[in-house]
Design a protein around this ligand. Structure first.
Ligand code: ADP
Ligand code: MG
Length: 281
C-alpha cells in the first residue's frame, strides 16, 4: 500500500562506496528520486551505477559495499534502519528484482514449479495444493502456454526466453509492490525481448506495481517507461518524461541517443560517446 501522496519509494542522496586497496570506489554518488505506481527507467552507459542503485534499494549490494542515504524508504518504512532479517523478509514479498540472466536466479537442480511454490510458501502460509494452483496461474500470466508441463521442467530444459518468464513468475508470485528489472531482456532475442516487455507492462498496469527498469538502451526505456533518469559516473545528470526524450538537454543524454544504432542506417564513422569530467562533478 502506498501512502496518501501515492509515493511508493523515496530515495534521497543514496550512496554506494566500495573500499578497495587502491582507494574508495564511489559507485553511486548521491542519487535521489521518488517513485509512485509508475514505470521509471534508469539509463546510462556501462559502469554508471545503475545496477548498484537497484541493488542498494533491494538490499543486495556485495558485502563489502557501504550503502548510505538521507532517506531510503519503501511506503514510508526506513529500509536502512531495518534489521537484516526483516529486510530479507521484504525481498520477494514487497520488492522483487529481475536480473539479466535467469541462469543466476533460478536454481538449476530444482524444477521450475517447485521453485515458484517454495518462493510463495516462504512468504505466505498456503497449502501445497493452493501454492501449486497459484504457481500454475502465475506461469500462465507470464504467457507460458503449457504451464502444467513447464512446472515439472528444470531450468536447463527451457529456452532463454522461457527461463526469463519463469523467473518473472517466481519474482511476482508473492505480489510485490515494487519491481526492479535490471537489463531483464538484454540476453534475449529481439522478438522475445518485446514479448517479455509486453508481459511486464501488462503485469505492472494490472497489478498497480511500481517498476524500475534499468537498461543501457535509452530508446527502449523511453518507449516503455513513463519517466527516465539518466545516470553518469554514479550521478543523475538528467530526469525526463519519456515523451520529452527528443528534447533532452544534457549533452551526455544526447550522446546516448546518438549512439543507439538505427536499423537500416549505416553510419561512418561510428559515433563515439562524449564524456566530460564536469558532468561528473
Ligand atoms: N564489488 C565491487 N567492488 C568495487 N567496485 C565495484 C564493485 N561492483 C561495482 N563496482 C563499481 O561500481 C560502478 C558502478 O557499477 P554498476 O552499478 O554495476 O554499473 P552499471 O550497472 O551502470 O553498468 C562501476 O564503476 C564498478 O566498477
Ligand atoms: Mg548493470
Amino acid at each position: 500500500m502506498s501512502d496518501a501522496t501515492g509515493t511508493l519509494l523515496e530515495v534521497d542522496d543514496l550512496r554506494v562506496d566500495f573500499p578497495t586497496r587502491t582507494g574508495l570506489v564511489q559507485a553511486v554518488r548521491g542519487v535521489s528520486f521518488s517513485l509512485g505506481r509508475e514505470r521509471l527507467g534508469i539509463v546510462g552507459e556501462s559502469g554508471s551505477g545503475k545496477s548498484q542503485t537497484g541493488r542498494a534499494i533491494m538490499g543486495l549490494t556485495p558485502p563489502q559495499a557501504l550503502v548510505s542515504a538521507k532517506k531510503l524508504a519503501l511506503d514510508g518504512i526506513d529500509l536502512l534502519a531495518m534489521p537484516a532479517r526483516q529486510r530479507r523478509a521484504l525481498r520477494g514479498k514487497r520488492i522483487a528484482m529481475i536480473l539479466q540472466d535467469p541462469k543466476y536466479s533460478l536454481d538449476p537442480v530444482m524444477s521450475i514449479g517447485r521453485q515458484i511454490v517454495e518462493t510463495l510458501r516462504t512468504h505466505e502460509k498456503v497449502s501445497k495444493g493452493e501454492a501449486r494452483e497459484r504457481a500454475l496461474a502465475m506461469l500462465e500470466a507470464v504467457q507460458i502456454r503449457d504451464p502444467a508441463r513447464v512446472f515439472d521442467l528444470h531450468p536447463h530444459e527451457v529456452s532463454g526466453g522461457m527461463g526469463q518468464r519463469a523467473m518473472i513468475a517466481m519474482m511476482l508470485i508473492a505480489g510485490p509492490e515494487l519491481m526492479i528489472a535490471d537489463e531483464p531482456t538484454s540476453a534475449l532475442d529481439v522478438t522475445v525481448q518485446l514479448d517479455v516487455l509486453g508481459i511486464l507492462d501488462r503485469l505492472v498496469s494490472e497489478r498497480g506495481m511500481g517498476l524500475i527498469f534499468i537498461s543501457h538502451d535509452l530508446r527502449l526505456v523511453a518507449s516503455f517507461c513513463d519517466r527516465v533518469i539518466v545516470m553518469y559516473a554514479g550521478k543523475v545528470v538528467e530526469q525526463l518524461k519519456a515523451s520529452e526524450l527528443r528534447e533532452a538537454q544534457h549533452p551526455y543524454t544526447r550522446g546516448l541517443l546518438n549512439c543507439m544504432p538505427k536499423i537500416g542506417y549505416e553510419r561512418h564513422p561510428l559515433p563515439v560517446l562524449d564524456r566530460k569530467p564536469e558532468w561528473a562533478a
